[in-house]
Design a protein around this ligand. Structure first.
Ligand SMILES: [Zn+2]
Length: 397
């Protein structure tokens, strides 16, 4: 007996199935069959889990988060914190993510992400699969460079590799590859902390060197971009996805669409900022939460879920469903769920998950209620079971 059968209301890539059956081969960790109860043969003598008043859906994914292992939202703290402490604190963050229904997450720059990913793959710790960027790439004096520290110390301790000029940028990609990175993250602009416009960082030539080198290594590149100039740079340089993506215009959105670039608006951080003033920073946030999302919808961009949560007190891992909730207020529940399942998987280049389909990895979450009608069903309080690679976890215990 190595099969597990789930019976109940099921959300698949094809839509809602009221009486669905999902057959999981637990030994292989794969979905053996999925569909309506009349289309799927119920195996004999196997364990059947009947889901009443709940919904079965693909495991959730967060395509933009960080394992910073720190309670505070402070760049200096993130830079000076010892790597070992980050890793140890992340063990409990991993468990929280899994119990909240997240079966794959993408760490876009941290000191320990590649090691956490490896420990999870080896079975030493439990949590979602981690696609790690290793360190992020940034220019000297850029987004992740705490200017109060001497440069040498900042370089030594940072969770970013600082690189300037195309060849240093290529070398930084090679160092990430050496670390075991599975994606490359680049900062193409600052954030609000460095001026309301989010100063442009790295040139198109430098970012193009990064995308070329990463693509040669078979890795995707994702770019942090605030402001029109940074967006134009990263589109020109051929990145695969855009993080935050503040200050879309019709022309920029049309180019993103044409090039098939994924758009990860990371709404959670901006909702938390509660913009109220007329400062340029707050105006940009308001623009992101209104005009940017309208343009993203108008041009039918491929929107993926990324919370940008760091694991701090204000952005705790385990509450990442909030991003899906914010997305749903613009896209509706079904599209928001796709952003955190099938679209997130495509964005990360993971063809084996994000859908409930025969042959795919058995990554599943079972929640109380109907997330297609009320996204709060994805609140971790409502998560009943999580299945990752066929292994069943009872999230209520
Ligand atoms: Zn981030």
């Amino acid at each position: 007996m190595n099969k597990l059968v789930l019976r109940g209301r099921m959300l698949t890539q094809e839509g809602l199935i009221q009486s669905g059956l999902l057959v999981i081969d637990q030994e292989k960790g794969l979905i053996e069959d999925a569909g309506g109860k009349d289309a799927v043969e119920l195996p004999k003598d196997e364990r059947v889990l009947d889901i009443e008043n709940g919904t079965i859906l693909p495991g959730l994914m967060d395509a933009h988060m960080h394992f910073f292992g720190s309670a505070s939202q402070s760049l200096t703290e993130w830079v000076i914190i010892p790597e070992t402490l980050v890793a140890l604190r992340s063990v409990s963050d991993m468990k929280k993510l899994l119990m909240a229904g997240f079966t794959t997450v993408r760490d876009l720059g941290s000191k320990a992400g590649v090691h956490i990913a490896r420990a999870e793959r080896e079975g030493a710790i439990e949590g979602p699969s981690v696609i790690a960027a290793s360190k992020s790439l940034s220019q000297t004096g850029g987004n992740d460079d705490p200017l109060m520290l001497p440069l040498k110390i900042a370089q030594e301790l940072s969770y970013s590799y600082y690189c300037d000029g195309p060849w240093e940028c290529r070398k930084a990609v090679r160092m990430c590859v050496r670390d075991g990175a599975e994606v490359i993250k680049v900062y193409a602009s600052g954030t609000f902390a460095q001026g309301a416009k989010g100063r442009v960082q790295l040139t198109t030539e430098e970012i193009s060197a990064i995308t070329d080198e990463a693509h040669r290594a078979g890795l995707k590149v994702t770019a942090h971009a605030y402001g029109e100039d940074a967006l134009e740079n990263v589109i020109e340089a051929g990145v695969d996805s855009i993080e935050h993506g503040i200050a879309l215009t019709d022309e920029i959105a049309a180019r993103i669409k044409k090039k098939g670039i994924y758009y990860i608006p990371t709404l959670s951080a901006f909702f938390a900022a509660k913009p109220g003033s007329s400062s340029e920073r707050d105006m940009m946030i308001r623009r992101h939460l209104s005009a940017d999302m309208e343009l993203a919808k108008k041009y039918d961009l491929k929107i993926a879920c990324g919370s940008d949560f760091t694991g701090s007190q204000s952005e705790p891992h385990g509450e990442n469903y909030l991003e899906i909730s914010h997305l749903s207020s613009y896209l509706g529940e079904m599209r928001a769920i796709s952003a955190a399942t099938s679209v997130a998987a495509e964005c990360m280049g993971l063809a084996d998950r994000g859908v409930l389909r025969k042959g795919c990895r058995a990554d599943v979450v079972i929640v109380k209620g109907n997330p297609d009608a009320n996204i709060e069903a994805l609140n971790p309080k409502n998560v009943l079971y999580v299945i990752k690679s066929g292994k069943l976890y009872d999230a209520r215990s």
